[in-house]
Design a protein around this ligand. Structure first.
Ligand code: SF4
Length: 374
């Protein structure tokens, strides 16, 4: 079992068969034909689950196809250029996850002959693989009895159990994991895990659960109470801080743009960006950009007209990213506050991996037509 069964929430004796019987029958009828469900291997499960932890299935599908076309095996991923991995991941967010995946692939090639361990504990012991991925690979690729607990599963279970406890707490998660491990039909964990995730994605929707067509309607306490959307109970969200950031689209007379690569250890590490940084108190945006470009690249610059302001929300703050046209007036670029820099012809910028907010600046650069004189 994945977790201690002492932590499980109470379930009635008849609940297990009344739970998984209808659920698995429903899944047999409604199971979607998804690319990672074909030709299932540990590698394909691992890649798809990493993508699905942060994006919806329909959004993940083209990424999965591109990723598999470029890195069809663990060896291909391990041997790839970091930039190529980030480029394929571009737009999915949480870029550190792509970096970690490549590190894990390299570790597996180096230390384990390119094979995933075939036990939950062995998987969990790998660098870069947490309980969720370990349970997904163990159950979906190797048929081992481990329940997977993702956002969809948490919602379904919180409603079925009418769970009054806050589901963001580790204690509650442990309780849900232990309950699921108890409910699991032995030998069919992979199918069970997928069925409950699919139910969360198709029927037990966050705002409008379709209880009328739900196979768990008979056992669902949330539905019996009449207000299933009360669950899952969540911690009150803190208001996210709001930051203003200035960025320079540095251009030259040869039609090139200067871009900078972020340090590997920073947020969005390894990605390219239009250089800049946070506005300090009392600073105007042009002042901020001048200071940042001096600190980051040792450049003296003239800040020209405003190009675009992009809004973006990260998990821990909101950002208004204000991009201005910039020209260099003195100095040669030096990577003082970044990992590297490059002058890139405008039609070659697409070859570099940019975070989402910078991609919007890039779109504005493309749409701008002739570059301004200033
Ligand atoms: Fe969700 Fe309704 Fe099904 Fe309960 S009965 S699991 S609330 S869809």
């Amino acid at each position: 079992m994945t977790m201690s069964s002492d932590e499980a929430y109470p379930i009635s004796r008849g609940m297990a068969p009344a739970f998984h019987g209808p659920l698995l029958a429903w899944f047999a009828r409604h199971r979607r034909d998804l690319p990672w469900r074909r030709r299932r291997t540990a590698y394909r499960v691992w890649v798809s689950e990493n993508m699905l932890q942060q994006t919806r299935i329909d959004q993940a599908m083209p990424y999965f196809h591109r990723f598999m076309a470029q890195f069809p095996t663990l060896a291909a991923l391990a041997g790839a250029e970091r930039q190529a991995v980030l480029k394929v991941w571009e737009g999915l967010g949480y870029y550190s996850r792509a970096v970690r995946m490549q590190e894990t692939a390299r570790y597996l090639m180096r230390e384990r002959g390119g094979r995933f361990p075939r036990t939950y504990e062995g998987l969990l012991a790998l660098p870069g693989i947490g309980p969720y991925s370990a349970a997904a690979i163990a159950s979906l690729a190797f048929g081992l009895d481990h329940a997977v607990l993702d956002g969809n599963v948490i919602r379904v279970m919180a409603r079925v159990l009418a769970l009054p406890e806050v589901t963001d707490l580790p204690r509650t998660r442990r309780g849900l994991q232990a309950t699921l491990d108890r409910l699991l039909p032995r030998g069919r964990a992979g199918e069970f895990n997928e069925a409950i995730m699919e139910l969360g994605a198709l029927v037990c929707l966050p705002a409008r659960p379709d209880c009328g067509s739900c196979p768990l309607a008979q056992v669902c306490r949330g539905r019996a109470e009449g207000e299933p959307t009360r669950y899952p109970v969540r911690k009150a969200k803190k208001k996210l801080p709001h930051r203003h950031v200035g960025a320079g689209v540095i251009i030259d007379d040869r039609g090139r743009v200067l871009i900078a690569r972020r340090h590997e250890d920073d947020m969005l590490g390894g990605m390219w960006e239009f250089p800049g940084g946070g506005v300090e108190e009392g600073e105007t945006l042009p002042e901020c950009i001048r200071r940042e470009l001096k600190e980051e690249l040792d450049l003296d610059v003239r800040v020209g007209p405003h190009l675009v302001t992009v809004r973006h929300t990260f998990s821990h703050f909101r950002m208004d990213l204000h991009a201005y046209w910039v020209r260099v007036t003195g100095g040669r670029p030096r990577a003082l506050g970044c990992d590297g820099w490059k002058w890139v012809p405008r039609d070659k910028l697409d070859a570099f991996p940019f975070p989402k907010a910078d991609q919007k600046i890039l779109a504005a650069v493309r749409a701008a037509g002739p570059w301004p004189a200033f």
